[in-house]
Design a protein around this ligand. Structure first.
Ligand code: RM4
Ligand code: MN
Ligand code: MN
Length: 424
């Protein structure tokens, strides 16, 4: 399904008066509003191919209707999101859930939908039918060299798919670790993992990046072999200049100060990318900004400050991806909400008065520092986000238009009520 341009224009016309009033007000409040709008227009967040269906938990999965049945349909779904918000111009693929059988056809379809291929993701956390060696006791860390080799070969195959599609990065998330004390020799597990990653690294094309994603627990509950940013950074530093740490917001122990992690990784030139989501308890993979919007703002505050300190391009120098899962919401609506939350936090971070904040910090003026941050956070910048979206050709209110156009009903009719898309 496609949403015609005139439908978007009609929708925008119907809301333009209210929008303009809100925009005028916030523009009079925020000095840099025009600059913020321009930055928002450029900012793109990749959509994961595995988040277009309804995810489940170990207690079950309640599939929604009209889920994409193929990679082609997934691309169409992301095309829809992008048509509505103009900020989701990339797809991140998970192999083997989404193998591009015919790369040139897939590439053409993506570009018709205005999409590029963001990071490729490998999967050595599940056994696939017909696979020779099992990952029950890990993949790259495994005591058996044959298992490690199989994991390495899989990653190299993922790179090959990525090259065909024009992707330029590989995200390696390993579920490797142990469930019980004594199960693993930690040093051996680390060394094996490092050697395996080095073999994959050697197969990376020159301009590619490798993202080493960490996670504190799950599916292993005693130790994880890439369990935190310290371990990820160790691997990345040992691997070389193409290797970076990837921060997934849901992969920390409770109350971790993610904004500080981000600041230091950026300082070291080793922050590669982001997986956005939100969580209350663990790797909940909930809609971005649904639980802790202030934390998201504080993270963006560090990102903007740190990227500017290094003269980095906000849009292209880091990999921006969503990694979420939807148990009960319509995945497309959920993704629209996530992208919106990211843009709002980004806009708020852009509007922080950096000079005043630095002054307050230098004067140990703790009260003023908090005033400055919370002043930026408490401004309602949604009109700036909507304005950026409209200028780029998107809808003032994407969720509203999605509903008015009965997109889900159409997809159910087209694809069926009982479709199950690949993913977690
Ligand atoms: C993991 C991790 C990875 C994602 C898988 C599906 O928890 O976040 O990034 O690829 O889930
Ligand atoms: Mn992730
Ligand atoms: Mn995760």
């Amino acid at each position: 399904m496609q949403i015609e341009k005139y439908k978007i224009e009609e929708h925008n016309q119907s809301g333009i008066k209210d929008h303009q009033r809100r925009l005028d007000f916030i523009s009079s409040e925020i000095e840099s509003s025009e600059r913020v709008i321009k930055m928002l227009v450029d900012f793109q967040v990749a959509i994961p191919s595995w988040a277009l269906g309804t995810g489940g938990t170990r207690f079950g999965r309640f599939s929604g209707g009209g889920e994409p049945r193929s990679l082609e349909e997934k691309i169409e779904d992301i095309g829809l999101i992008h048509a509505l918000n103009q900020s989701s111009g990339a797809i991140s693929l998970h192999i083997p859930w989404d193998i591009p059988e015919n790369a040139s056809h897939i590439k053409a379809l993506a570009s018709q939908n205005g999409l590029k291929f963001d990071a490729m993701n490998s999967n050595t956390f599940q056994d696939q039918p017909g696979q020779e060696w099992s990952y029950k006791f890990g993949s790259m860390q495994h005591v058996n060299k044959s298992v490690r080799k199989q994991a390495v070969d899989h990653n190299i195959e993922v790179i090959k798919y990525g090259i065909e599609l024009g992707s330029e990065s590989l995200t390696v998330w390993l579920s490797d670790g142990s469930c019980f004390p004594g199960q693993l020799n930690f040093r051996n597990a680390f060394q094996h993992t490092l050697e395996s990653l080095q073999e994959v690294y050697a197969a990376l094309p020159e301009q590619w990046k490798m993202f080493v994603e960490y996670k504190a627990f799950e599916p292993n509950f005693y130790s994880m072999t890439v369990g935190d940013w310290g371990q990820s950074l160790l691997y990345a530093n040992k691997l070389g200049h193409k290797a970076y740490t990837l921060v997934d917001l849901g992969h920390h122990l409770p109350n971790a100060n993610i904004e500080q992690i981000v600041a230091l990784l950026l300082m070291e030139g080793k922050l590669g990318g982001f997986h956005f989501n939100d969580s209350k308890y663990g790797d909940d993979d909930l809609t971005v900004g649904s639980i802790r919007p202030y934390q998201l703002f504080l993270i963006f505050n560090e990102l903007v400050e740190g990227m500017d300190a290094k003269g980095m391009n906000h849009t292209t120098d880091l990999g921006w991806m969503i990694d979420a899962s939807h148990n009960i919401k319509d995945p497309l609506e959920d993704l629209l909400q996530s992208v919106e939350a990211i843009l709002i936090s980004y806009a708020q971070a852009l509007s922080v008065d950096r000079k005043k904040l630095a002054e307050a910090q230098n004067n140990n003026d703790v009260v003023m520092a908090q005033e400055i941050l919370q002043n930026a956070f408490r401004h309602d910048l949604r009109p700036l986000v909507a304005e950026a979206r409209m200028r780029a050709g998107g809808a003032l209110n994407p969720v509203e238009l999605f509903r008015n156009q009965n997109v889900r009903e159409y997809l159910v009719k087209d694809r069926g009520a009982k479709t199950v898309s690949t993913g977690l």
